[in-house]
Design a protein around this ligand. Structure first.
Ligand code: TRP
Ligand code: SF4
Length: 324
């Protein structure tokens, strides 16, 4: 027996990096055995920030989904699909937009933050303000009870629950109030010490190998107070240690002890980490090379059909509930 239904999604940002792997994908892979899982490419959501240049979205979708599959998302177990292929998301988005108070959206912390942070696009748009409403439609059109997301997405999930509650209050109970499944997401720093992000150009990608992988790991920022190998280290402030925690929990405990007692030097520690990462990435890269664009199209087509069936059924119920 499955424990319930899950929906999660990612905006297509192209090839995935280690932050995606340890922060989300590993968890998605695990969950496919316990839940009925729907994993969605949020391509309409990509457009909310990239509406002035949509030329890269299509390629990004293929790269991203190929990486999902290489990491172990199994299209036999999970419904892998594209948001834009299931029109009911947009229909439900419209209905929800009728009942969502503007204040909920204007107050949303991610809205305020992104509007301040992203300077290269004008985000003063209706669609960007409505981002969480579309996300609510993504989740509720499948009546998903659980949504594995990172902490940054909790405000959106809260709005989803509020919209579900409000809909149920006006038109009768139709939707569940979905819960977040928070993974213990490691905070991986990129090669420049900032948060790992494709847009910062500091990411270690799933395709990195050999000398490039080694070089990037060498550049990771370590405990600044540790100048000589004989200095005792403070692993909790060292980004290399975060990688150990993400990639090999038991080994991390050992590294912590050795580092604190100055029994291991940073050079050696990084070398061991490079080896560990290569061990994790090798099979992913091997699998990735065998996946063609045509395979991805086929997976998305099949997934889209299944998603459509479920979504259209909900939408019929919505029409009946709102009497239109
Ligand atoms: N907003 C999510 C992100 O940026 C992506 C997303 C879109 C999503 N729709 C969703 C996540 C539905 C979970 C459920 O990461
Ligand atoms: Fe970081 Fe490893 Fe150096 Fe300790 S030994 S400071 S964990 S790189």
């Amino acid at each position: 027996m499955k424990k319930g239904r899950i929906l999660s999604g990612m905006r297509p940002t192209g090839a995935m990096h280690l932050g995606h792997l340890f922060g989300a994908l590993e968890n998605w892979v695990k969950l496919q055995n316990e839940y009925e899982t729907f994993y969605m490419v949020a391509d309409w959501h990509a457009m909310t920030t990239q509406y002035d240049d949509t030329s890269r979205i299509k390629d990004s979708i293929r790269d991203m989904v190929a990486d999902w599959i290489a990491c172990g998302i199994d299209p036999e177990k999970s419904c892998v699909f594209k948001q834009s292929e299931v029109a009911a998301h947009c229909e439900l988005f419209l209905v929800f937009s009728m009942i969502t108070p503007l204040g909920w959206l204007e107050r949303c912390p991610t809205y305020k933050e992104m509007k301040n942070e992203i300077k290269n696009h004008d985000l003063n748009t209706f669609g960007f303000l409505g981002y969480p409403v579309l996300q609510a439609a993504d989740i509720l059109i499948y009546k998903a009870g659980f949504v594995p997301v990172g902490e940054d997405q909790l405000p959106h999930l809260e709005i989803t629950r509020e919209i579900a509650r409000r809909f149920n209050h006006f038109y009768g109970k139709l939707f569940p109030e979905p819960k977040a499944i928070l993974a213990e997401a490691p905070k991986l720093a990129g090669t420049d010490g900032r948060k790992m992000s494709k847009s910062y150009g500091n990411a270690i990608t799933l395709a990195d190998r050999g000398k490039i992988l080694e070089k990037k790991i060498k550049r990771l920022v370590t405990d600044p107070a540790r100048i000589h190998p004989s200095d005792k280290g403070h692993p909790e402030v060292c980004s290399v240690f975060q990688y150990w925690k993400a990639a090999a929990k038991e080994k991390a405990t050992e590294i912590k002890m050795q580092c604190e007692k100055a029994k291991i030097g940073c050079v050696e520690c990084k070398k061991a980490l490079s080896e560990k990462m290569a061990e994790i990435l090798d099979p992913i890269q091997e699998k990735r090379e065998k996946i063609s664009g045509a395979d991805i199209d086929e997976i998305l087509k099949k997934g889209g059909e299944k998603a459509k069936t479920v979504a259209e059924k909900t939408m019929a119920e919505v029409r009946e509930a709102v009497k239109i």
